[in-house]
Design a protein around this ligand. Structure first.
Ligand code: BG6
Length: 517
């Protein structure tokens, strides 16, 4: 007999707590395009404020909000005060607010007007002088993707992307186009004014502590590297499951769908970190080169037999967290005949020596049984199971899990004998939890990417070649899926559609059950 229990094994956790980060040393002005919008209020400004409160920003810095809304400096400051109180109330400090607010400025702008751009340039020069910023500027584009190219032309056209007098950097967030063609067009527009090393493309997954830890774990623990290959690993499962629906984002999601929204970026980044070769040095370009090699090694999909490697679905009504929820087609602004997939599962193969014959099963979806993101490395079974005869129900081989969220941590499962006179196996887990070693001092993804950008460190940002290779891989899939008919329905709150189960079960394996993770 076998059973599974989950005792917390005694894991020694030295170096607990202290999170050491170099403060940003260069003075700078952060120019937020789209400063009156939701992303600026929810994420960008609160993250800058948190860094300020943790003394990680230099003495000389300022923030310039830019958008179409007709704010003045004062009304922008009042709006940001509301945002900080609302989104990071635990960080808000009334005593130092005035100093922070005094660094906030606002310039209304028409995104397609050169004149507006030049006015902005003038104000930036004034702020530069007032604060002694020495010309360093970061442009953060917190706007809907359809405005990216207009705004980049606006910045470049007004001569604001200059390379002399300090440094100029630009931050943009995914999506980087919605196909290879549009992503190239975005890159071309960026490259009209900016060098690649001035561009910081955010994939917020790379800012997550647990995602960064994949590399540390792999390359700092010598015991895993020798078994990190096709001789010992049976397959890898990467799951990014959400219990939430599309919220109020139909406008974007309808034209994206889950493959563009989650696979082209976040999930393929996770795959690259698991599959990459050790870089010669832990430096941004070396790491990004190795990731690019992985993208190049992924086997292109045979679009004539797409159902052998992909399964897609769309959520219908169901129960999530005990409450009934509507189907995707009834969400606000979704057309009633929409065929946009909200779930996808794909079987990926990395054609190189290390991974030949090791499938990577990737899945992601909205309105699933649980919100959980994890990478599970499933090792091969013991070559000879001498316990098989005496013990029924051996529950499968060892698994190493990187839990990205929630309950960030690492888990290794293995078998032990159940104490007692009977021969009995149990599966136990050795668990490491981030919470137990961080004293709440961990950066969220936005703080991390902001601080890295100000410090000029590209390690956690996506490079142009990686973006294009992932689009090259997925573009044919997306086109072929168009002719595929409606995605398979799956009940909200379920494990996903049955076609995804078939995709993996025909290889003799099973998905890890979300409800049990
Ligand atoms: C975003 C997607 O990039 O990532 C969303 O657009 C998704 O649809 C989100 O919900 C998931 O991020 P996280 O950090 O909550 O796993």
């Amino acid at each position: 007999m076998s059973s599974e229990i989950h005792p917390k094994l005694n894991v020694t956790q030295p170096n607990s707590g202290e999170h050491t980060v170099e403060p940003v040393s260069d003075p700078f002005v952060l120019v937020i395009y789209g400063a009156s919008g939701d992303l600026a209020a929810r994420k960008v400004l609160p993250s800058i404020y948190k860094l300020y409160r943790r003394d990680l920003l230099p003495e000389k810095f300022a923030v310039m909000g830019v958008a179409r809304t007709g704010f003045s400096d004062d009304s922008f400051r009042a709006a940001m005060l509301d945002a900080v109180k609302r989104y990071v109330p635990e960080t808000f400090d009334a005593d130092s607010w005035n100093d922070f607010a005094g660094r906030l400025y606002y310039q209304p702008i028409q995104y397609d007007s050169d004149e507006s751009g030049k006015l902005l340039g003038k104000r930036l020069d004034e702020i530069d002088k007032a604060f002694g910023i020495r010309g360093n500027r970061v442009f953060y584009i917190a706007l809907p993707p359809m405005l990216y190219e207009t705004v980049i032309d606006n910045i470049g056209g007004a001569g604001l992307a200059r390379k002399e007098h300090g440094w100029t950097r630009i931050i943009i967030e995914k999506p980087f186009g919605n196909s290879l063609k549009t992503s190239r067009s975005l890159t071309n527009t960026l490259h009209k004014y900016f060098e690649e090393n001035q561009i910081f493309r955010i994939d917020h997954y790379l800012g997550k502590e647990t995602v960064q830890n994949i590399l540390m774990f792999r390359f700092a623990n010598a015991i895993y590297e020798p078994i990190w290959n096709r001789r010992y690993i049976d397959h890898v499962q990467i799951t990014a499951a959400e219990s939430l629906g599309i919220e109020h984002r139909a406008g974007y999601y309808e034209s994206a769908g889950v493959i563009r929204d989650m696979f082209q970026n976040h999930i393929l980044q996770l795959l690259a970190l698991v599959a990459m070769e050790p870089p010669a040095r832990f430096e941004a370009e070396e790491v990004r080169n190795e990731k690019t090699k992985v993208f190049r090694s992924i086997r292109p999909f045979d679009t004539k037999k797409l159902d052998e490697s992909w399964a897609v679905g769309q959520y219908v009504v169901g129960i999530v967290d005990g409450k009934p929820v509507p189907d995707y087609r009834s969400e606000k602004d979704v057309p009633p005949n929409s065929n946009t997939p909200t779930f996808a599962a794909g079987v990926f193969h990395v054609d190189n020596w290390r991974w030949q014959g090791v499938p990577f099963f990737l899945r992601s979806g909205k309105r699933l049984a649980r919100g959980i993101t994890e990478i599970a490395i499933q090792f091969k079974a013991a070559p000879h199971l001498m316990f098989d005869r005496v013990l029924a129900g051996y529950a499968g081989p060892n698994v190493l899990v990187f839990r990205i969220k929630p309950d960030e941590g690492i888990m290794q499962s293995f078998f032990t004998k159940v104490p007692g006179s009977r021969l009995c196996l149990q599966q136990v887990r050795m668990e490491f939890s981030y919470e137990s070693v961080s004293s709440g001092a961990v950066f969220d993804a936005y703080q991390k990417v902001l601080i890295d950008c100000m410090s000029g460190d590209h390690m956690l940002f996506v490079r142009q070649d990686g973006v294009e290779l992932t689009w090259e891989l997925l573009d044919p899939v997306l086109s072929a899926l168009n002719g595929f008919g409606p995605p398979a329905p799956y009940a909200s709150g379920s494990e996903g559609p049955a076609n995804a189960d078939r995709l993996i079960s025909k290889t003799g394996r099973d998905w890890r059950r979300l409800a049990e993770l």
